[in-house]
Design a protein around this ligand. Sequence first.
Ligand code: SF4
Length: 372
Amino acid sequence: MDSLYIHIPFCNRICAYCDFNKFLIKNQPVDEYVDMLIKELSFLEDKNLKTIYVGGGTPTALNMNQLEKLLKYIKENFNVSDEYTFEANPDELTTEKISLLKDYGVNRVSLGVQTFNNKLLEVLGRTHNFDDIYTSINHMEKIGLDNYSIDLMYNLPGEEMSDIEDSLKNIQILKPKHISWYSLIIEKHTIFYNKIKSGQLNIASSEVEGERYHRVMQGLKDIGYHQYEISNFSSKPEFESSHNKTYWKNNEYYGAGAGSHGYVNGQRYFNVKPVPHYINRMKEDTNAVKDIHTLSKKEMYEEEMFLNLRLNKGLRINQFKEKYGVSLFDIYQNVIDKHVTSNNLEIRNGYLRLTEQGKVVGNDVFIDFLID
Ligand code: SF4
């Protein structure tokens, strides 16, 4: 096993677009949650890993004692040979917390910036502002935890192209090692979804979304960032996220914490979501798995395509045969021909990959890889 994802499902405020498994931290049994999370981690078989990613929710919403307890357990019980990331919100990343993360071996921070525009941050329901972004980054640099990624979103309600230009300018000043820049997806059961349904909020058309995506890709390229995935960019190849590449390469990983997912021995598993259920389950058991899904061959093929095609490099054609004992072209010849002809896919150096045009219409391409 190469990778472990750990979920901290608490936030200080709930953002208007968020459909993750998260709960307002106030009055939550956070100490108990951390204890049960540690119990779940203790039962994982393989403790020698390449990557750990602690996400949420907001891991930095934990107080110093809770954070230290978790960090200490991980340090004393796991070997992480490559990348150890914590997600953080800019306004919660105090110097004390940064030092604590660094002291316990965290070597990468994924900072939830979203946008540099204070008005848009307010619309999103974020707790931080522009100044918090710069302050937290200055602190990280001073303390020496300077391998950070910034998470951004485009296609926000009320966003103009000038906001993307503004983000690009800030990126030029800050020079983060890594950038994730996703299009906002409106998910059901979110405040944004209800507002759009009732006409209180507008979201741009898919044409405008495509233009913005083009600008994000071109703008980052112009200032020296290399795109290695549909929405991910790094200043140098060594700063690509090893942990996230585990997912995109369709490799297996552990998931721990309420609502987390894992992929072990060809089975995808899902933990119970609500915090009290998770705690009660973990009090009596060695895991909190709610469902296990054994992938059929068809599902394995489909996932191999969707995930690997997200990478700029694409899917190594021989890898498909090595993994599944059948040629990619025996399964997908027609789909590949169709999208190569329409210039959404190309075959180069033994890899099948999306073209620049294909990245913009990626979902339409992926749908065709579903097997009837
Ligand atoms: S901080 Fe992150 S996890 Fe929490 S509500 Fe906002 S987007 Fe969701």
